[in-house]
Design a protein. Sequence first.
Length: 187
Amino acid sequence: MSEHTPNPYQQQPLSGAPSPEELEAAQAANDVEALAQAQAELAALKAKSADLADQFLRAKADAENARRRAEEEVSKARKYGVESFAESLLPVADSLEAGLAIKDGSIEQIREGAEATLRQLKSALERNKVIAIDPAPGTKFDPHQHQAISVVPAEQEANTVVTVLQKGYLISERVLRPALVTVSAPK
């Protein structure tokens, strides 16, 4: 082949194709754009992180305040929980004092006063959810609410209450004191 004849195997630059310098410039522009986008994303993530950290600190402080308030309320409830009960017993104490102040009362007056005071006491107990356990004769013996003092022969079904020797009491469905009872013996 002659020097002037073009070699068909030699690559000729294509017209309109970018030069290596143009490719480097385009790549640099893409890198700058990608860097700017990454920096913007980083700034957004930092702002979001700071916001979440602030929310976390506020939530932590709120939880701590709620815990402290709950502890204060429990402390007050323990300290003043008996206040309502004591307040409901004050009229009973007043009635007893008034009855004792009467020096020349008849037996009937004293009895009436004692019955009225007992009604006040029962009412005060019931208002505070203190309920008497006073099973009727023939009621099935319940070891959760009754305490058997003795077993006696009786003309009723076995394991039933014959007599109540002392009432028991519940406070909000919890046994404060079981009723003392006698129970019928098996036949």
